[in-house]
Ligand binder design. Structure first.
Ligand code: GTP
Ligand code: MG
Length: 585
């Protein structure tokens, strides 16, 4: 019986065992499988840094948008306490004040390259102020939070809850309603009460009526006082009964001066340069006052203190527009990433299929004597391009340029402005580039047509952005001149930023200098294509043919096409020289 059921109960026991493999054999098989993918040739060419295998790349985490909910810390409440010592059972009030809540600041710094950490974080909370304590101990301040973002980030406020501002509005509304009601009460007929017998006989009727009216108005006033929204700001002694709490009378609330003013809504910051000091986004609530503040003849032993203020919370959208000197724009598979590898030390992914690159990559071209590239003297520019990266007002005019940055973005396809392919989301990263390099594959059909298609997409994107920028409120932009006036908004902007031009942010992509990089020139049969492209650019330069974007006044001064074979690293130095020439123009 047992014998017959064994195959059903324990089928594995009877399965033929695989023959044990010797370690050396197994290893050999594994290396064999590996070696098929790790061939020494890729694309029919020897494997190299410029012709890497598809899996030879580094992909740092990257995000160019993030939405954050920022909450400043609320203030700590004041304390109600009295000194009590031996032989001094009823000492004077000694409640400490509450600490102010922490604030949320933002700062743009070099070294940050992506918003991915913030995109994952989503909530940023500053610390709350601690409550005051007895023996006149003040509460400690809440911890401030500084959000560090890459240079080139735009901060846009989407939503805000400001309890302090809402409260001020409620109080103002209540005050005006109270005023109105008082006026009405004084004009309204007083309810007639029965005549009261006076000691000395009948009271004078007019006198009695007046007294009744006053008494009635006072009663009504007391009712009004009870629904005063400012009563909510008081913190009462916990030992008080409910009826005591209801009928408690309070002194006038002291007016408080704020150290930090909440920036007006909506916040819009274009952090296109490193900020020398953090900029305030959400100010922490002020701390409440302890009971010693309210000692007076009417209240020698105040059983109340004030609560800490609720703090602002807001939702902001962060958008990163990378700041590169040169932006590479091209169709998918044109060879942009290979060109970036050839120009810089980048290890961006290269593959012989469309959309290998899925996120922007920035590389730095180092112009130093060690790489064989001469340090190029930078020409002083007057006036300086307002969006020129790396140019700070403190920068000496004719400093030798030692490096420039190149941005490689995912390929564009026709209809990208309609969000086809990877869409135009990535064009924002070349929007601020000083210079555009159109990468055209000479082996992939008519180069002129490819260039036209690229420019059409870029032109349509530029138009779209211009419309967006125009719609945006101009006055909501950051006022870089606020450094001197603390009372009006963002703080801590250094004097160096005061000369920031506040002109329209309209981005004229078509007005930027550009050139064409004709890649894959090593492939056979590409000469004619290049000759056609060159002739076309000559015509654009002379004005016989309109600018390929179709935008009036676009840059046509020195359109050039540079043939390169990025995969072999040939012709790449010419690009460096040409780019530096145009950047310093
Ligand atoms: N023969 C030759 N092949 C090249 C050259 N440059 C790039 N390639 C090849 O073209 C293919 C695409 O190159 P990529 O650099 O990934 O192209 P890309 O424009 O970055 O592509 P996407 O990221 O998809 O937009 C790869 O197989 C490269 O090896 C070149 O100068 N000559
Ligand atoms: Mg690529």
């Amino acid at each position: 019986m047992a014998l017959t059921l064994t195959p059903f109960l324990y089928p594995t026991l009877l399965r033929p065992r695989p023959r044990p493999l010797s370690i050396s054999k197994a290893f050999g098989a594994a290396t064999c499988r590996c070696s098929s993918s790790a061939t020494k040739t890729v694309n029919g060419l020897p494997r190299s840094r410029l012709n890497p295998a598809p899996d030879d790349y580094s992909a740092p985490s990257f995000a160019d948008i993030a939405q954050l909910t920022l909450s400043a810390g609320r203030g700590g409440s004041g304390c109600i306490s009295f000194q009590r010592e031996a032989y001094l059972p009823d000492g004077p009030p000694n409640g400490g004040d509450g600490g102010a809540g922490g604030s949320v600041y933002i700062q743009a710094a070099h070294g940050e390259t992506s918003l991915h950490k913030l995109a994952r974080r989503r909530f940023v909370r500053a610390g709350r102020g601690k409550h005051g304590q007895g023996s006149a101990k003040g509460g400690s301040r809440g911890e401030d939070v500084i959000i560090t973002v890459p240079v080139g980030t735009i901060v846009r406020e989407l939503d805000r809850q400001d309890p302090a501002a809402d409260e001020a509005v409620t109080i103002a509304a209540w005050k005006s309603a109270q005023k109105q009601r008082r006026k009405e009460l004084q004009q309204a007929p007083v309810p007639v009460a029965k005549p009261v017998e006076d000691e000395g006989g009948k009271e004078h009727v007019g006198e009695r009526k007046r007294r009744q009216a006053e008494q009635w108005v006072d009663e009504q006033d007391a009712d009004l006082e009870l629904d005063d929204p400012q009563r909510q700001k008081w913190l009462l002694y916990p030992g008080m009964s409910k009826s005591e709490m209801k009928s408690a009378s309070f002194p006038r609330l002291p007016t408080r001066t704020r150290l930090l003013q909440q920036p007006p809504s909506p916040v819009y910051l274009d952090l296109s340069r490193p900020t020398p000091a953090p900029i305030l986004l959400a100010a922490g609530g002020i701390g409440g006052l302890g009971n010693p503040h309210f000692t007076s003849r009417d209240h020698p032993r105040p059983l109340f203190a004030t609560k800490g203020e609720e703090a602002v919370s807001m939702t902001v959208a962060l958008e990163l527009k990378l700041l590169a000197d040169v932006g590479l724009v091209g169709l998918p598979n044109a060879g942009k990433s290979t060109l970036l590898r050839a120009l810089t030390n980048s290890r961006t992914r290269v593959g012989s299929w469309a959309f290998t690159t899925l996120q922007p990559n920035i590389g730095t071209v180092v112009l130093d004597k060690y790489s064989g590239r001469p340090a190029i003297q930078m020409q002083p520019k007057t006036p300086r391009h307002p969006l020129a990266p790396h140019a700070t007002p403190t920068e000496p005019a004719a400093e030798a340029r030692t490096r420039f940055t190149v941005a490689d973005i995912p390929g564009l396809i026709e209809g990208a402005h309609l969000d086809r392919g990877l869409g135009i989301a990535f064009l924002r990263h070349v929007e601020r580039a000083g210079l555009l390099a159109f990468v055209v594959d000479l082996a992939a059909g008519n180069a002129v047509r490819a260039l036209d298609a690229l420019w059409r997409e870029v032109g349509l994107y530029a138009q779209m952005r211009d419309d967006e920028e125009r719609d945006r409120e101009v006055d909501s932009r950051v006022d870089w001149n606020l450094a001197s006036d603390v009372a009006h908004g963002p703080l801590n902007l250094g004097p160096g930023l005061a000369e920031e031009p506040t002109s329209s942010p309209a981005l004229h992509i078509a007005g930027k200098p550009w050139f064409v990089v004709a890649t894959k020139a090593d492939l056979p049969g590409t000469q004619d294509n290049f000759a056609n492209l060159k002739a076309y650019l000559e015509r654009v330069k002379s004005g016989t043919v309109p600018h390929p974007s179709g935008v009036d006044g676009a840059w046509t001064k020195n359109c050039a096409a540079i043939p390169v074979s990025a995969i072999n690293g040939q012709g790449v130095d010419r690009i460096v020289h040409w780019a530096v020439g145009l950047l310093d123009e």
